[in-house]
Design a protein. Structure first.
Length: 257
């Protein structure tokens, strides 16, 4: 078996917890063995997610949803039930092929600027861009956010799902630390990141997947959606816990050992 370092770092500036070594994505993702449709848990999860987003943001047959890291197209299949135009971007050739067989238009490539430019020319800008259990897998998250912003309409929404750092620390689910998970997000670090690109986190929903995760809704600054009051209370709670302080991670390390 190939071996790679597995070490976690804390940034005192942006408060992001992250791996200090990134395995080349081609090794991990070009032939991917995990398929979303394997479990009923995720079938129900994505069906409910597509329904909430479609109804909550009044999507219709003119709306375009793009799912990054779309796997076998399970989430997009659920969006199609609401007559929404759905396109996936999936680097793993084997699962992209499954998605196409399931009737989901899929671009077999990593999400990058060239893919975004081609998509805008062919399909126009997106109303919704989703990245479920993908955003934490990305090495260059700044470039990723920059490309998402380019793909979105001015009133478009970026929706991510990521394991929640607070849950990992409080529940000691340190087995969620592995090479695919490059970033371990708090609300503080997410707000800090998106502000750099004139984007705002305006809503967060706690969900049960991966031992406790966040569904994060992000908009461009010009967008009209109001910022939910719960975000400030989550940030306050994180500061009380000490998420923004390295001492917490020293204690976490001792508990892990």
């Amino acid at each position: 078996e190939k071996r790679f370092p597995l070490e976690i770092c804390f940034c005192p500036n942006c408060k992001l917890v992250q791996l200090n070594y990134a395995v080349p994505p081609e090794i991990m993702f070009k032939n991917y063995v995990y398929v979303s449709s394997t479990t009923n848990t995720f079938k129900l999860h994505f069906a409910k997610m597509a329904e909430e987003i479609s109804k909550g943001f009044k999507l219709n047959e003119k709306s375009l949803v793009v799912d990054i890291g779309s796997n076998d197209g399970l989430l997009l299949k659920s969006f199609q039930k609401f007559r929404v135009k759905a396109i996936g971007i999936e680097p793993a050739t084997n699962v992209a092929r499954i998605a196409e067989q399931n009737g989901i238009e899929t671009i077999n490539d990593f999400f990058n600027k060239n893919v975004v430019k081609k998509m805008i020319i062919k399909k126009g800008h997106a109303d919704i861009v989703t990245a479920t259990n993908v955003f934490a897998h990305v090495d260059n998250i700044r470039e990723f956010v920059r490309n998402v912003r380019l793909l979105l309409k001015e009133n478009g929404i970026f929706i991510i799902e990521v394991p929640y750092l607070v849950n990992m620390i409080e529940k000691m689910t340190f087995d969620t630390i592995y090479h695919e998970h490059l970033s371990y997000f708090s609300v503080i670090s997410l707000v800090h990141l998106f502000k750099k690109f004139s984007m705002l986190v305006f809503k967060i929903k706690k969900i049960d997947t991966h031992g406790g995760s966040l569904r994060v809704f992000v908009k461009k600054r010009k967008n009209d959606f109001e910022i939910d009051h719960s975000i400030n209370s989550m940030i306050k709670n994180e500061k009380n816990i000490g998420i923004d302080n390295f001492e917490l991670y020293k204690k976490f390390t001792d508990k892990v050992y």
